[in-house]
Structures are given as structure tokens and as C-alpha cells.
Design a protein around this ligand. Structure first.
Ligand SMILES: *[C@@H]1O[C@H](CO)[C@@H](O)[C@H](O)[C@H]1NC(C)=O
Ligand SMILES: *[C@@H]1O[C@H](CO)[C@@H](O)[C@H](O)[C@H]1NC(C)=O
Ligand SMILES: *[C@@H]1O[C@H](CO)[C@@H](O)[C@H](O)[C@H]1NC(C)=O
Ligand SMILES: *[C@@H]1O[C@H](CO)[C@@H](O)[C@H](O)[C@H]1NC(C)=O
Ligand SMILES: *[C@@H]1O[C@H](CO)[C@@H](O)[C@H](O)[C@H]1NC(C)=O
Ligand SMILES: *[C@@H]1O[C@H](CO)[C@@H](O)[C@H](O)[C@H]1NC(C)=O
Ligand SMILES: *[C@@H]1O[C@H](CO)[C@@H](O)[C@H](O)[C@H]1NC(C)=O
Ligand SMILES: *[C@@H]1O[C@H](CO)[C@@H](O)[C@H](O)[C@H]1NC(C)=O
Ligand SMILES: *[C@@H]1O[C@H](CO)[C@@H](O)[C@H](O)[C@H]1NC(C)=O
Ligand SMILES: *[C@@H]1O[C@H](CO)[C@@H](O)[C@H](O)[C@H]1NC(C)=O
Ligand SMILES: *[C@@H]1O[C@H](CO)[C@@H](O)[C@H](O)[C@H]1NC(C)=O
Ligand SMILES: *[C@@H]1O[C@H](CO)[C@@H](O)[C@H](O)[C@H]1NC(C)=O
Length: 463
């Protein structure tokens, strides 16, 4: 593997043939021996816990806005001399300095490293779905040979994404791991992909704007926009409306790590570890099931906590919406289609169950779930531009004492929030978490919710 994290001609190391090169020369993709086994990890971890260093405080204290944040007049006029014709003054990385595509801080490294864990997982996932299910299985789900080739092409995109992130990280860039998937049918696989690409995309939106390296942010943006397209295509494969929101949500890295880690069975020795947190698992007991005619009628029809992907193993033919004779509720693959019976709506009661901290999870069972929060009081709904909270009602026989080691249960009511008039905020595949407080947060500072997370996130299938 080539490292471009250090050295003089960093751009050339990353993109050796991008500049003046013979037309036939191409940059190689990262070739890494890939574990071929799948299934759970059964061994004993040789190390446990997130990567850590000395810790300066228990949380980041909130500060007032930067005093210069509001001093620009914003009146449509030019206020500074122009550095060149047709070039307004300002911007970051616009003064002609040669770009260096590398990481510049622990934050950068750890953010790109979790993105790379995700790219490797997606690469294996797309190949595994194609290898696991027969042509007849795909046909029965309404997917053709052309559709299977599209999934194959998505896997090839992941090779490119994994290579470019590896090049920016350098020699210790995380390696591909062995994975453990819960799906047993094509529709379950497609839903798993739809939900996995949702948090892969949202995790990058959560950190992109905070990277020290704006060059790395540029390359990452160019890869995550293809992941966004993948997410929409998996929605279409399962007959969901392709893009039911006006804004795509961003979430913290630890939210993505919590959702991803349960499917990583083990990683090779010497794997570079992550500093992010694994929160306790959160189940949505009445998670809307997009494989049902009446999606919201599903109960305990998810395969796992966290992603809460659909199970269609036990649906009767009259419950299933694939090939239903009721055309207004069909959910076969389509560019777009309406669902007459909504998956969810404001005012819907949502039933939740969550675990206590201290459980081993992730590669080699070597990470441990944790929470810094107090008692469970709210459900945070993180979607589009909004973080909103609904009160949590604990089930009467549930103690909210997270140290007592038993599973907790409770209910909440889906709130009625709009980003702007005409755009219900809660739609699509979105994020919920149990919290101990309801701090006012917006997309740029959402990671300040982490010390308040009791359990979750879970992906809620709103529409
Ligand atoms: C150009 O901008 C970079 C930050 O983008 C800064 O570090 C550097 O000092 C600037 N160079 C000059 C010559 O002003
Ligand atoms: C659904 O319809 C498609 C297209 O008509 C068909 O190929 C497939 O076998 C059907 N699947 C099931 C499960 O009935
Ligand atoms: C979600 O979006 C779909 C597609 O636009 C729409 O049919 C549905 O009513 C929306 N749901 C809510 C709760 O707004
Ligand atoms: C994880 O498990 C794999 C396979 O058993 C092993 O090769 C590797 O050394 C283990 N890593 C750690 C950190 O325990
Ligand atoms: C792990 O790293 C150690 C120290 O760098 C090295 O001796 C060992 O060969 C490495 N093991 C593997 C499997 O790469
Ligand atoms: C769908 O299921 C929900 C929950 O069981 C129920 O309240 C609702 O009436 C059902 N809707 C239809 C149209 O059957
Ligand atoms: C969900 O179903 C499984 C069996 O598939 C059962 O073991 C589990 O107890 C059920 N959970 C709840 C909360 O009903
Ligand atoms: C499906 O039904 C089987 C047999 O009745 C049961 O063992 C299994 O837990 C059910 N699965 C789900 C997801 O409900
Ligand atoms: C789809 O839903 C929208 C919003 O409810 C509605 O205006 C439109 O007529 C529906 N289209 C079809 C073809 O049913
Ligand atoms: C834990 O909480 C449950 C529910 O409140 C209670 O039944 C159980 O006795 C508690 N266990 C311990 C060890 O405190
Ligand atoms: C929580 O439960 C543990 C074990 O049952 C007990 O030692 C502790 O005092 C409880 N804490 C609170 C705040 O109730
Ligand atoms: C949702 O986000 C929009 C845009 O940032 C904001 O105007 C609105 O107040 C937010 N609504 C809630 C309930 O947070």
C-alpha cells in the first residue's frame, strides 16, 4: 500500500498518474488480503476498549458564538480588494497554496478511519449479497440481472473509496475485516444496505465541515455523494419513495460506530483501532416494516438493535406488499411510488427497548458499550436540520437505573416538526436516541449530544 501522509510529493503519492503521465498508466487500487469468512467471532479479545489517550475533561463545555461570526456586512457589496479578477476575497484554501491530501489531526485521522471501516464493510456487503442469494432469489424480489450489475458496480465504487481514504491515512490505515450479517432474504439484504448507507452518508456529513484538512474533506465529499446515490437506489429496490426529505441529516462519528460495530466480527492482528464511543443498543419494537402492506403494524419484526432492519421471514402473502394485488400499496422495485398507508406519522406511539452499558461489541468483541448519561428522560429525533425531543415514558416495571444490568423499556410519541412549511422533518430513514436531557443543538454541533446519550442511536423507518 502506498502512503501519502508524509513526504514531499504528497499529491503525486496519492494520485501518481493524475498529472503528466502516459495515457495507459493508472493508479492502483489498494490490494489487501481480505478475510473471506463470515459469521460471529468466538475467540477472546487480546485488547479491549476504544483507543484512548489522556482525557482533559468529561465533556466539551458550550461557549458563546465567536465574536467575529456576525461582523461581515452581508449586504451584497464587495468589502475587500479582490486577489485576482473575478475573484472575491476570502475563503479557506483559496490563496494558491498547493493542496496536500492528508490528515492533519487526531480528529481527521479518526474520522477518515471510521469512514474507511465503513467503506470496507460496504465492499464486502455488496459482494456478499450477490454471492449469498441466487438469481432466482433476486428475481422473486423483483430485481433483474441489470439490477444485480448495479450492486456489483457499487462494490467497485467502494474499492475506489477505500483506496483514496487509505492513501490519505497512510501505512496504518485500517484493513478490511470479517463481517457477520443478520439478513437471510433479498429484501432483508436490500433494507440492510439502505439503512447502512444512510448512516455511512450521515456520519460523513457530521464531520466533513470539522476536518482540519479541507483537501481531505474535498475528496471525501466526492466519494460520499456517490454513497448518497447508492442509498437512494436501495430505497428504490425496496419500493420506498426515493428521497422523502429536503435535507440529508448528519450524525456524530460515535453514532455511526455504534450502528456499524455489531456487524464487524473480527479484524486482522495489528488493526488500527478507533477512539469513538459505542453506546448501548436500542431496539424499536414497533419499527415500521417497509415489506408490509401496513408497515406500522409490524411488531418485533427487526433483525437486530441499532439499525433495526426489517425481517420479512414471517410475513404472510397478504401481509407482504411485494407483488400485492392492491396496487396502491405495492412495494416492488420502482423509480418512485406512493405508499397509501404511511409507515409512520406524527402522534404515533413508538415502543422502545434498550440495553445497559458494559457489553462487548464490534471487532473481536473488543469494544465495550458505555454511556456518560444519567437517567433516561427523552427521545432525541435527529432528522434533516432538526434535533427535537419527545418525553420518554418508562414502562412501569422498568427501573431507569442503568447500572442494574437489565433491559429497559419505554414509549414515546412521534413529534410533529417541520423544517420549513411543507416539509415534515421526520421522514425517510432517520435517527433516534434515548437521552437524559434535551439540549438545543443544530447540525454543526450535534456531537455535543454524546454525553447525554443513554442508548442508541437506532434507525427509525419513518417513510
Ligand atoms: C494561505 O492560506 C493558508 C490556509 O489556507 C495559510 O496557512 C497560509 O499561511 C496562507 N499563505 C499565505 C502566503 O498567506
Ligand atoms: C413478484 O413479481 C415479479 C415480477 O412480476 C416476479 O418475477 C416475482 O417472481 C414475484 N415474486 C413473488 C415473491 O411473488
Ligand atoms: C413522507 O414522504 C412521503 C413521500 O413524499 C409522503 O408520501 C409521506 O406523506 C411523508 N410522510 C410524512 C409523515 O410526512
Ligand atoms: C481478532 O481475531 C483475529 C481472528 O481470530 C485475530 O487474528 C486477531 O489477532 C484478533 N485481534 C485482536 C485485537 O484480538
Ligand atoms: C504486528 O505488529 C508487530 C509489531 O509491529 C509485528 O511484529 C507483527 O509481525 C505484526 N503482525 C501482523 C500479523 O502483521
Ligand atoms: C395499520 O396498522 C396500525 C397498527 O396496527 C393500525 O393502527 C392501522 O389502523 C392500520 N391501518 C390500516 C389502513 O389498516
Ligand atoms: C421478539 O421475538 C423474539 C423471537 O423471534 C423473542 O425471543 C423476543 O423475546 C421478542 N422480543 C420482544 C420484546 O417481544
Ligand atoms: C419467525 O417464526 C419462527 C417460527 O415460528 C420463529 O422462530 C422466529 O423467531 C420468527 N422470526 C421473527 C423475526 O419473528
Ligand atoms: C402521491 O401522493 C401525493 C401526495 O399525497 C399525491 O398528491 C399524488 O396524487 C399521489 N400520486 C399517485 C400517483 O397516487
Ligand atoms: C433491576 O431492575 C428491575 C426492574 O426494575 C428489577 O426487577 C430488578 O430487581 C433490578 N435488579 C437489581 C439487581 O437491582
Ligand atoms: C442502581 O442500582 C444499583 C444496583 O442495583 C445500586 O447499587 C444503585 O444504588 C442504584 N442507583 C440508583 C441511582 O438508584
Ligand atoms: C427545525 O429546523 C429549522 C431550520 O433550521 C428551524 O427553523 C426550526 O426552528 C427547527 N424546528 C424545531 C422544532 O427545532
Amino acid at each position: 500500500m502506498k502512503s501519502c501522509a508524509t513526504g514531499l510529493a504528497v499529491l503525486l503519492a496519492c494520485f501518481p498518474y493524475a498529472i503528466a503521465a502516459p495515457a495507459t498508466a493508472v493508479a492502483p487500487t489498494r490490494s489487501e488480503s481480505v478475510p473471506t469468512s463470515h459469521g460471529p467471532f468466538t475467540g477472546t479479545p487480546t485488547t479491549t476498549g476504544a483507543l484512548s489517550n489522556s482525557v482533559l475533561a468529561s465533556s466539551i463545555a458550550p461557549l458563546p458564538p465567536n465574536p467575529t461570526a456576525t461582523t461581515y456586512p452581508s449586504d451584497g457589496q464587495l468589502h475587500e480588494p479582490q486577489p485576482a479578477p473575478y475573484t472575491p476575497a476570502g475563503g479557506l484554501g483559496t490563496n494558491g497554496t498547493e493542496p496536500i491530501y492528508n490528515v492533519r489531526s487526531d480528529f481527521d485521522y479518526q474520522s477518515l478511519a471510521i469512514a474507511l471501516y465503513q467503506e470496507w464493510l460496504e465492499l464486502d456487503l455488496f459482494h456478499n449479497g450477490l454471492a449469498t442469494f441466487s438469481e432466482a432469489d433476486f428475481t422473486a424480489a423483483g430485481l433483474t440481472a441489470e439490477d444485480r450489475y448495479l450492486i456489483q458496480f457499487m462494490a467497485e465504487q467502494e474499492v475506489g473509496h477505500a483506496t483514496v481514504i487509505s492513501n490519505m491515512l497512510g501505512a496504518q490505515a485500517p484493513m478490511p475485516c470479517a463481517y457477520n450479517y443478520p439478513f437471510t432474504t433479498v429484501r432483508e439484504f436490500v433494507d440492510f444496505c439502505q439503512k447502512l448507507t444512510r448512516f455511512g452518508e450521515s456520519s460523513v456529513y457530521g464531520f466533513l465541515e470539522h476536518l482540519d484538512s479541507r483537501e481531505a474533506a474535498t475528496i471525501l465529499l466526492q466519494s460520499i455523494t456517490t454513497e448518497a446515490r447508492q442509498q437512494i437506489i436501495f430505497r428504490q429496490f425496496n419500493g420506498l419513495f426515493p428521497m422523502p426529505v429536503w435535507f440529508e441529516v448528519g450524525v456524530p462519528q460515535s453514532w455511526a460506530w455504534t450502528l456499524m460495530a455489531p456487524y464487524i466480527s473480527w479484524c486482522p492482528a495489528n488493526q488500527t483501532r478507533l477512539a469513538w464511543q459505542n453506546f448501548p443498543a436500542l431496539w424499536i419494537l414497533n419499527q415500521p416494516n417497509p415489506a408490509r402492506v401496513n408497515g406500522s403494524a409490524g411488531y418485533n419484526e427487526t433483525l437486530t438493535a441499532g439499525m433495526n432492519t426489517l425481517s420479512n421471514a414471517n410475513l404472510t402473502s397478504s401481509q407482504a406488499c411485494l407483488n400485492t394485488t392492491d396496487k396502491s400499496n405495492d412495494c416492488g422495485p420502482a423509480i418512485t411510488q406512493n405508499r397509501t398507508i404511511p409507515l409512520s406519522w406524527p402522534g404515533r406511539e413508538v415502543r422502545l427497548m434498550w440495553d445497559t452499558p458494559g457489553k462487548p461489541v464490534g471487532p473481536n468483541n473488543s469494544y465495550i458499550t458505555s454511556s456518560q448519561a444519567g437517567s433516561a428522560k427523552f427521545v432525541a429525533w435527529v432528522t434533516q436540520l432538526n434535533v427535537t425531543y419527545s418525553p420518554l415514558t418508562l414502562q412501569s416495571n422498568t427501573s431507569n437505573n442503568a447500572t442494574n444490568g437489565t433491559m429497559q423499556m419505554g414509549t414515546t410519541i412521534q413529534p410533529n416538526v417541520e423544517t420549513f412549511a411543507g416539509d415534515p422533518a421526520i421522514n425517510g430513514t432517520m435517527f433516534i436516541a434515548i437521552t437524559d436531557a434535551d439540549p438545543v443543538l443544530t447540525p454543526f454541533n450535534l456531537s455535543m449530544i454524546n454525553p447525554h446519550v443513554v442508548a442508541g442511536p437506532a434507525l427509525y423507518q419513518a417513510g
